[in-house]
Ligand binder design. Structure first.
Ligand SMILES: Nc1ncnc2c1ncn2[C@@H]1O[C@H](COP(=O)(O)OP(=O)(O)OP(=O)(O)O)[C@@H](O)[C@H]1O
Ligand SMILES: O=C(O)C1=C[C@@H](O)[C@@H](O)[C@H](O)C1
Ligand SMILES: [Mg+2]
Length: 164
């Protein structure tokens, strides 16, 4: 019941914030994307190239189920909210913190990073994906922290404060 799940769009800082938050709270840290890659011995771009997004979402749901009882800080992938069943798993096993970041800051942070297949598309499609997902992040969140123009350390302090 005690996981802290970080959700948010690609580049919102879930992995960066999660690692430091876990240190701060003296909890284990799990990066779900990394967990998927290690468990399946394949990189995320390779999983997408072989089986498309649908195949990645299956790996992702399996990984989430495998970590649900770990009492850890869990940095999810940006698309965890694409699978409805994931909401039930997270709600029943912890609290959900949404890291909100304005789209312009995400562009600055990610630039043309090739390791995120769904970022690796034209500007219009990236922006449409961001707009489509926003309401779902907000709906699933127990609490929201705005990360725009804040450092990772500032965000960690803020998260600790809101989850008290
Ligand atoms: N608060 C911040 N200010 C400036 N840069 C940041 C901040 N948080 C993260 N970054 C940078 O943005 C990039 C993406 O961060 P990170 O990998 O933590 O995002 P993520 O939410 O885990 O993304 P994904 O959903 O793709 O896993 C990294 O280069 C990181 O250093
Ligand atoms: O936003 C997404 O759908 C994704 C984000 C990444 O964290 C990875 O989980 C993967 O690249 C998919
Ligand atoms: Mg990440």
């Amino acid at each position: 019941m005690k996981n802290i799940y970080l959700i948010g769009f690609m580049g919102s800082g879930k992995s960066s914030v999660g690692k430091r938050l876990a240190e701060r709270l003296q909890m284990p840290f799990i990066d779900l994307d990394q967990f998927i890659e290690e468990r399946n011995e394949k990189s995320i771009p390779d999983i997408f190239a072989e089986g498309g997004e649908a195949s990645f979402r299956k790996y992702e749901a399996e990984a989430l189920s495998a970590v649900k009882n770990k009492d850890a800080v869990i940095a999810t992938g940006g698309g965890i909210i694409e699978t409805n069943d994931n909401q039930t798993v997270m709600e029943n096993s912890g609290s959900i913190v949404y890291l909100h970041t304005d789209f312009d800051s995400i562009i600055e942070r990610l630039q043309d990073d090739p390791n995120r297949p769904l970022w690796n598309q034209d500007h219009k499609k990236r922006h449409a994906l961001f707009e489509k997902r926003l309401p779902t992040y907000k709906e699933w969140a127990d609490v929201t922290v705005n990360t725009t123009d804040r450092t990772v350390d500032e965000i960690v302090v803020q998260v600790v404060d809101v989850i008290k």
